[in-house]
Design a protein around this ligand. Structure first.
Ligand code: PLP
Ligand code: COI
Length: 341
């Protein structure tokens, strides 16, 4: 086990032992390589550098109460990487290469998996990029698939304490028929200006309105949105948001806990009817939202009065992390146990 102050980990880069890589060349995927270099040699005309042929994923391995290491729903991340690949015309990664790469990168970096009880996890960042050269706007004929791993703590400095959210209407993250449903780099580039401005204005996270009408909630910069009202878990349905695996899991947990679940368009003016609001994602887990301010109108919606997460958010959070850390039976079969010491 590495000598790291595990409890002080944030969501930042830490150098670990190895990453794994695989190239698609001459019409076929090669073998998985292990590398200790943090650099990727890249053709200056690679399509990822010019034309945004770049997608990524994010998933976590957890060291459990029983000291076993569990990877959460890796197959869903693989499916979503397929979708991202199709969306920007990249070569999809075969399932077995994705699985082997996840297993290998965890095993090779197991001394960086935070101990149980510290709240940390090992974050895997798979990426798929067009590495072949093009000057005209066309898809590459070579691709690089790689995964690196970093030990992480909470995404928001608040941890599981309510964050301040800002509604953005003067920038769009994704066009209605664009790439918002895929995990491609361009969506994040498009969210940067609004995100940095929100930080400068004292908010932790942005909430994007739908690009077409600005009447509906799309999602947060790095996470999906949910609201709870009347024993109902409500989350937006939109073509321009990422289909969050955490949200998918929370919808099942919500039903398990006795909540009704609604996945539908959510109007911004419904915000004052919610009893609890949260942002959810692999990095964000559940980040309870204490208040939301509409930047355009100045209207403030307040959720947390005591600086604590709401009761349902706590229950959802405890169930989700309970399964991830092996404290609660994995009745949905979400975790893959990995052979680590
Ligand atoms: N929405 C965006 C824009 C994201 O970047 C993420 C993170 O992956 C999510 C939602 C949450 O998705 P997941 O729960 O699969 O991590
Ligand atoms: C994740 O939750 O895995 C993300 O990708 C969110 C963010 C760090 C981009």
């Amino acid at each position: 086990m590495k000598n790291i102050d595990w409890k002080s980990l944030t969501f930042g880069y830490v150098k670990t032992n190895y990453n794994v890589r695989c190239y698609y060349r001459d019409g076929k995927w090669g073998t998985l390589e292990i590398s200790s270099s943090e650099d990727i040699p890249m053709h200056i005309a690679a399509t990822c550098l010019h034309y945004g042929q770049a997608a990524f994923e994010g998933l976590k391995a957890y060291r459990g109460k029983d000291n076993k290491v569990r990877l959460f729903r890796w197959e869903e991340n693989w499916k979503r990487l397929q979708l991202s690949a199709e969306t920007v015309l990249m070569q999809p990664v075969p399932r077995d290469i994705f699985e082997q790469a996840c297993r290998l990168v965890v095993q090779l970096n197991q001394e960086f998996i935070p101990p149980y009880g510290t709240g940390g996890s090992l974050y895997l960042r798979p990426l798929l990029v067009g590495s072949g050269a093009r000057v005209g706007v066309h898809p590459a004929d070579e691709y690089l698939f790689a995964i690196f791993a970093v030990p992480v703590g909470p995404y928001f400095k608040e941890g599981f304490k309510p964050v301040k959210m800002q509604i953005v209407k003067d920038y769009d993250r994704a066009a209605p028929l664009g790439t918002g449903h895929a995990k491609v780099g361009g969506n994040y580039a498009a969210s940067l200006r609004a995100g940095e401005r929100a930080h400068d204005e004292g908010f932790s996270v942005t909430l994007f309105a739908d690009a077409k009408t600005k009447q509906f909630i799309d999602e947060a910069g790095p996470a999906n949105f949910f609201g709870i009202r009347n024993n109902t878990y409500i989350t937006p349905d939109s073509h321009s948001i990422l289909q969050s695996i955490t949200n998918m899991s929370l919808r099942q947990i919500a039903e398990e806990l006795g909540l009704k679940v609604e996945r539908r368009q959510v109007r911004i003016d419904e915000l004052d009817t919610f009893e609890e609001v949260g942002a959810c994602g692999t990095a964000a887990v559940i980040s309870p939202v204490g208040s939301i301010q509409d930047r355009e109108t100045g209207i403030l919606f307040q959720y947390s009065k005591n600086g604590e997460a709401g009761e349902w958010s706590k229950k959802l959070y405890n169930y989700l992390v309970g399964v991830q850390y092996g404290e609660i039976p994995d009745k949905f079969g979400w975790c893959t146990e990995l052979p680590c010491e």
